[in-house]
Design a protein around this ligand. Structure first.
Ligand code: NAD
Length: 971
């Protein structure tokens, strides 16, 4: 922009600054105890983290003891040098005599601060403040705070609250100057079915509640603004808005608005689309331009999933974009009504100066600010003749906490304009400078290993790719799968036919089943392949793994789509399975260089010691069906890269996926004579393979029963055996999630549902026990039941399915028998049995309440969507119950008490423990996977040292001193 224009912005900004009358509403006002706390927060970042985490948990703490405990844990840390006034108050809260009074004072202080950002529990409670705003000349919009919507019942409740608000608002407020009552709709609260894989169905579901609300709003002349929250739902919300705004019913209704978030890379596209929409309907809408409130969340989430960040990484770029979009909106003022939502005086001065330059009157746009923020700024803008709308959240303090913490963070962030201007009192001219986006991209973190990205289904191209792949691969069925021994495909008289678990009318494949004679020939071929493998270099074998990773990446949609048909995985689950297989290839290739390259050890003159690693010989890979690609691939490539010929024995029900992997290994230039593909019945050829004298290693993943049998057999030395066998055994779990009294129940319920019912509970890591601690029981069970009833159970081919089928008729019959047995068992209480879907092997999601920790439902692995819920009086009992099984695979704990988290870290005996997150979905490198006790023998898959399972080590020690002449010393 020209210097001239920048001068206009500066003038406008200085004029706003001059009109500021900074009063005592700042949260940093040191006349209040909390003002002093907030001031200290700015000085000590670690105190800030602890303070905000304490505020986050405070509303669920019901007793003085609980408050005292959390104050001690979060705020009174050893070596923390707090100002006397703060430490005296906090210490009082942790002392027996004073804790009652102090706890209630602290609660009151936090409630006071919450009330600065949340106007009331409900509309009646907030009424007085709204009158005040009206009197002062402000407009406002009301937002309803609430829990995350995890069930239909919760969505209904939200809808009822909005309906009440829309109907009541016109009766209690009296907007002037042509304004009307204004409501900001939290769209995501109105359905528990927002699925990025399937925007269309998500929109249909949302409309069920939003359409009636819009009709009521229209009848009552209430303005409705569609709020946009996280990036994951943005496409759904924009599409929904556009459909409704163009519909016959609302096309000419002007009381509609929506948000554009300037921090999104796609925000220009959003703005252009909305301008087109306004042109088409010839009736304006309001576009609220904000910067966006979930910047950190979006960045961290994208990083975790391996997606490109959807937001500008450089914050100044967002400021620049905000200005560009402000101009775009004002350039199109004839079609729309802009609302500039910001507390940044530079951003607002820019929009105002641009509007002035274009002779756009103040009445043609509005400025929006959040309740509790920048009170002086909003008054100054009002005084200068602007329409200022205050965004007023109302709701219970408990559910408003995440909102409050977001606001506190915004107030205290180093980059926050409010903080720089109100707290740091930075130079006004500096604050009003034109934002300059950095030309230098921010430094990327250096990672030891980067996991393959999961497919971003919020991208339409990705959804289309997946959907096209489903259509494409469907044409291949039924596939005929053949055995391959010594590079020759062979058939067999014995076959197995597999039906699609989601649609039993569709046959997926018929496979040849190997006999013991075939097994014998496969072992012989492996023995013969050993020299070729020994001569191959480690570097070459690593290259083969990397080739395979590239091929799997290239074919990922076809492979994942086939998996949806073959084993009933949903889109996202199948996609993650392929990503994990890719990770195994890349990770083991990387680790092989580090871990099994020969190395010199010791540093003594006159002695030369070399440690080297060698393949052990024919390795039988026996895999389960539930991670049909990833587990078979991980075990196979690990053994191969270490120099072992492999015999791949997949599970019967996932033979097609195994064959697809085998073919890609050959394409990736694996030494073909060293890879035998041997589908067959485990019962029939398994024992033969395991007992064979020439087999060196058995790498098994599967059930405890089969694992034990393999162990027994492999430990029996047979004639002709020339080496001790090694068995790597990964087996089942009876995994528990413990929910503490102070847990965030939104997170806990989401975590339990994902862990227990993801892939219909058919993961070794799945949660099959939930242990509620103390007072959390009732609320946890209520929300779990509602969320379970609302699960989408359907074909795994449909994009919006959460709960698909189980693997086959046998599993279905077994699990239905379990549910029937539980129904007639007087010692348990079935608290929820979901609806029964037909057409495939669909087992209803089932919750059972049980009082006896020895009950078989608390002990046996069921491998289906059945969860036992148990109530423990306290955390120690919860851990005792959680540990009271023969398994030790995964576990979860939801809590906001640092001391309790530390206790559970120490006392929960599982291989993979997850705190405040689901207990499934381990990632290669970041969360190496595997259990102990009766869950596993080995070193964790996908982690350091796993490869050592597959090698023998040799040390060659040479004496280099001859007649006293030592090369290292004498030369
Ligand atoms: P399973 O034990 O029935 O079968 C696993 C494999 O063993 C199959 O290939 C099968 O054909 C073969 N097999 C069967 N009988 C055999 C025998 N007598 N000798 C040799 N091989 C034999 O298990 P599954 O139903 O395929 O998979 C589910 C089980 O796997 C669950 O218990 C689950 O917890 C476990 N699992 C564990 C992990 C882990 O990493 N710990 C991962 C996935 C699955």
């Amino acid at each position: 922009m020209t210097n001239n224009f920048q001068n206009l912005v500066l003038e406008e900004g200085l004029a706003i600054f001059n009109a500021l009358n900074l009063d005592n509403e700042s949260i940093f006002n040191k006349e209040y105890w909390f003002g002093i706390v907030m001031d200290y927060v700015m000085k000590d970042p670690s105190f800030k983290v602890d303070m905000f985490q304490f505020i986050d948990v405070l509303p669920v703490l019901t007793t003085d003891d609980q408050i005292a405990k959390h104050i001690k844990e979060y705020l009174l840390k050893k070596d923390r040098d707090l100002p006397a006034i703060i430490s005296t108050a906090l210490k009082a809260a942790s002392l027996t005599i004073t804790k009652g009074i102090a706890a209630s004072t602290i609660r009151k202080n936090v409630t006071d601060i919450a009330q600065r950002f949340i106007a009331g529990r409900d509309i009646n409670d907030a009424q007085k403040k709204l009158y005040e705003f009206e009197k002062q000349g402000f407009c406002f919009t009301i937002d309803l705070l609430g829990e995350k919507t995890l069930s239909n019942a919760e969505a209904d409740l939200y809808m009822a609250r909005y309906q009440h608000l829309i109907e009541t608002l016109p009766q209690i407020v009296n907007p002037k100057n042509g304004d009307v009552p204004n409501v900001s709709l939290k769209v995501s609260a109105l359905s528990c079915y927002l699925v990025t894989e399937d925007p269309l169905t998500s929109i249909v579901e949302l409309k069920k509640r939003i359409l009636p609300l819009l009709r009521i709003a229209k009848a009552n002349n209430v303005f409705i603004n569609f709020d946009v929250e996280s990036y994951a739902s943005h496409e759904i919300i924009y599409k929904l808005f556009s459909e409704l705004a163009l519909s016959e019913e609302f096309r000419s209704w002007p009381l509609l608005g929506i948000v554009v978030q300037a921090y999104l890379l796609q925000s220009r596209q959003h703005t252009n689309d909305l301008i087109d929409l306004c042109r088409k309907r010839r009736c304006p809408i309001t576009i609220r331009l904000v910067k966006g409130a979930y910047w950190d969340y979006e960045l961290v989430k994208a990083q975790k999933l391996g997606h490109h960040a959807p937001v500008f990484v450089d914050k100044a770029r967002t400021d620049c974009n905000y200005e560009e979009l402000s101009r775009l909106l004002l350039d199109n003022i004839t079609f729309l009504r802009p609302a500039f939502g910001s507390h940044n005086i530079r951003s607002l001065a820019h929009a105002i100066a641009y509007a002035n330059q274009k002779n756009i009157g103040h009445h043609q746009y509005e400025i929006q600010m959040l309740y509790g923020m920048a009170a002086a700024e909003r008054k100054a803008l009002l005084m200068r003749g602007h329409t200022v709308r205050i965004y007023v959240p109302i709701g219970e303090m408990l559910v408003g906490m995440s909102y409050l913490v977001r606001r506190l963070l915004e107030n205290t962030s180093q980059m926050s304009f409010v903080k720089m201007s109100n707290h740091d009192q930075k130079d006004q001219r500096d604050l009003l400078k034109e934002p300059v986006a950095s030309e230098i991209p921010p430094l990327e973190k250096v990672h030891e290993f980067i996991n393959a990205s999961l497919t971003d289904f919020s991208d339409k191209t990705m959804r289309d790719n997946f959907s096209n792949a489903l259509h494409r691969v469907r044409k291949n069925f039924p596939v005929t799968v053949r055995i391959n021994i010594d590079k020759k495909d062979i058939s067999s008289k014995k076959t197995y036919q597999h039906l699609c678990p989601s649609d039993v009318s569709l046959t997926i494949f018929t496979t040849a089943l190997a006999s013991c004679d075939d097994a014998e020939r496969a072992i012989l071929a492996s023995v013969n392949a050993q020299p070729a493998l020994q001569q191959s270099s480690l570097i070459k074998r690593c290259e083969h793994l990397l080739n395979l990773a590239a091929i799997l990446e290239n074919d990922r949609f076809d492979i994942a789509a086939t998996m949806c048909f073959e084993v009933g995985k949903t889109w996202a689950e199948a996609d993650a399975d392929v990503a994990e297989a890719i990770d195994f290839c890349r990770y083991y290739a990387q680790r092989a260089h580090i871990e099994i390259s020969p190395r010199i050890i010791g540093n003594i003159d006159g002695e030369h010691n070399v440690l080297s690693f060698h393949g052990r010989g024919p390795t039988v890979i026996i895999a389960p069906w539930n991670f049909p690609l990833a587990i078979l691939c991980g075990m196979s490539v690990a053994a191969y890269v270490c120099g072992n010929p492999i015999i791949m024995k997949p599970a019967e029900t996932s033979t097609l996926m195994a064959r697809m992997l085998y073919e890609r290994m050959i394409k990736a230039a694996f030494i073909s004579e060293a890879v035998q593909f041997l589908p067959g019945s485990g019962k029939e050829i398994g024992p033969y393979l395991v007992a064979h004298p020439h087999v060196a290693t058995i790498c098994f993943t599967g059930s405890l029963e089969v694992g034990h049998e393999i162990m027994l057999r492999a430990n029996t030395v047979v004639p002709e055996q020339i080496q001790m066998k090694r068995v790597i055994c990964e087996m089942g779990g009876k995994n528990a999630i413990i929910v503490d009294e102070d847990a965030d129940l939104d997170e806990a319920v989401m975590g339990i549902i994902a862990s227990a019912f993801g892939y219909a509970g058919q993961k070794c890591s799945a949660a099959s026990r939930v242990i509620a601690v103390g007072s959390v029981k009732e609320q946890l069970i209520d929300r779990l039941i509602m969320a379970t009833i609302s699960l989408r159970q359907a074909s795994s081919l449909a994009p919006n399915t959460f709960l698909g089928p189980v693997i086959d008729q046998k599993a279905y019959d077994r699990l239905m028998r379990v549910i029937d047995d539980l129904a007639t068992d007087p010692s348990v209480n079935i608290i929820e049995r979901g609806v029964h879907v037909t057409g495939g092997y669909f087992v209803p999601a089932t919750l059972v309440f049980v009082k006896d920790m020895n009950h078989w439902i608390m002990q046996q692995e069921l491998f289906g969507p059945i969860v036992a819920v148990y109530h423990a009086a306290n955390l120690a009992e919860a851990c005792r119950v959680a540990n009271h099984t023969k398994f030790g695979l995964t576990g979860g704990f939801f809590s906001r008490s640092p001391v309790n988290i530390a206790y559970v870290r120490e006392n929960f005996s599982v291989g993979n423990l997850y705190i405040n997150q689901k207990c499934t979905g381990a990632l290669v490198h970041r969360q190496p996977f595997g259990g102990f006790k009766m869950s596993g023998t080995g070193i964790k898959a996908g982690g350091p040292h796993y490869l050592l399972n597959f090698v023998d080590t040799k040390v060659v020690s040479e004496n280099t001193m001859r007649q006293g002449f030592t090369p290292e010393v004498s030369i």
